[in-house]
Design a protein around this ligand. Sequence first.
Ligand code: RB5
Length: 150
Amino acid sequence: MSKRVIAIASDHAGFQLKQELLAELAGLDAEVLDLGTHDQESVDYPDFGVELAAAVADGRAGLGVLVCGTGIGIAIAANRNPAVRAAPCHNTTSTRLARQHNDANVLALGARTTGPEVAKDCLRVFLETSFEGGRHERRVAKLGNGAART
Ligand code: RB5
């Protein structure tokens, strides 16, 4: 069976945490698509949110991870793509529920608001948790055109 592909992207504020998440992903059973940014030079978070959203929408990746200072701006950018449900999460509970209830296909983390250990926990929970379906199917269908269920 082929490995699932996880796309990851950040702006400059999220770069360092992205590198830590990449190290974490290296220990997991996943293929990683790193869409940048690749250093701490100032960039614009919408460019990276939009690029990662396109990778999830066109199937290059099954799930995505975004990091900016707060996880908010880059999630707003990604959520303009109707195939994307990007959830800014601050702890493992919000992350688990984002997968179980919202079928979130992108995890958005804030490097200035969430410490690296919590962020790594969120990443693992995000990858390990499945959509519950059932009553949530109808509600998620109302959010947009929906990406493939993971
Ligand atoms: C960059 O300074 C910062 O505004 C950005 O990373 C993010 O927090 C925006 O939502």
